[in-house]
Design a protein around this ligand. Sequence first.
Ligand SMILES: Cc1cc2nc3c(=O)[nH]c(=O)nc-3n(C[C@H](O)[C@H](O)[C@H](O)COP(=O)(O)OP(=O)(O)OC[C@H]3O[C@@H](n4cnc5c(N)ncnc54)[C@H](O)[C@@H]3O)c2cc1C
Length: 262
Amino acid sequence: MLFFQNEFEYIAPKSLEQLFSLLSEEEGAVVFAGGTDLFVRIKKGILSPKLVLDLKRIEELWFFSFGEDMLVIGATNTLNELIESPIVRKLFPLIYECSFSVANYLVRNKATFIGNFCTGFPVADTLFCLLLHDAEIEVQSLKGIRKVKIKDIVENYGRVVLERGEIVTRVFVPYKGEYRGKYYRIPRKFCVTRADFGIAYMITEEEKRIVFGDTGSGLTLLDSEEGLEEYLNKKGIEEPEICLLVEKVLEEIKFQNACSEA
Ligand SMILES: Cc1cc2nc3c(=O)[nH]c(=O)nc-3n(C[C@H](O)[C@H](O)[C@H](O)COP(=O)(O)OP(=O)(O)OC[C@H]3O[C@@H](n4cnc5c(N)ncnc54)[C@H](O)[C@@H]3O)c2cc1C
């Protein structure tokens, strides 16, 4: 059972209209979906909201579809729902991998895909696949709807570019055709510098894309193996764990190149 130092009111709005009106009335209101991040922060005393608003009962946010080469993920979709989707597994393997990389089965049963990057953690797992897929975020408030490119969503550590009263309603993930790709993560407990690192790549018929991420610099999108090596040299990243992982990834990409040339 969780005990909180500060009292707060809990409301589960039934519609976006009700949600937005509550958000505009109460300055100290926050939203949550799975709650696996928010309630930990409240319990630790990092946040002390007056009102917490549950997004799960809002039917307009129960959205998951694939059509016209676009996967649309809604604010209440859990990571396990995506992992269990045959469409995601077959056509968006990196979305599958990045979702699977978060925590464990029990956490993923509650934790949402959108909640993962709304934490503002600069190397949240889902950011890697979304950047490789050129995803766009739909943001809504009383003022209307706007779109944000995934590369712009994290403003700084722990903060996303949402203004007061705004929530993320959906993510649009373009289908990239068949591709080969992989996602690797080195959690901070295994790194000397106590930072999280991740690397993902996607090789399509037309292009090669590599994303490198670390807690300090966030994610960087590169278009070649040389670009990755140059970036790591420039940053002075020499940790043995990272170098080994990069070596493995470069070997894999070399192998993929050879396969597509054969
Ligand atoms: C044991 C454990 C292990 C974990 N391991 C990992 C891990 O390996 N990798 C990782 O990245 N994270 C990890 N987490 C953190 C967290 O579980 C995930 O980031 C999860 O995906 C968050 O989703 P959620 O729906 O529970 O978010 P919530 O807790 O509901 O919300 C997180 C934040 O996003 C905001 N938010 C949520 N939805 C929206 C929305 N639609 N619009 C606007 N703001 C929104 C909330 O206000 C809050 O600030 C772990 C947590 C635990 C407890």
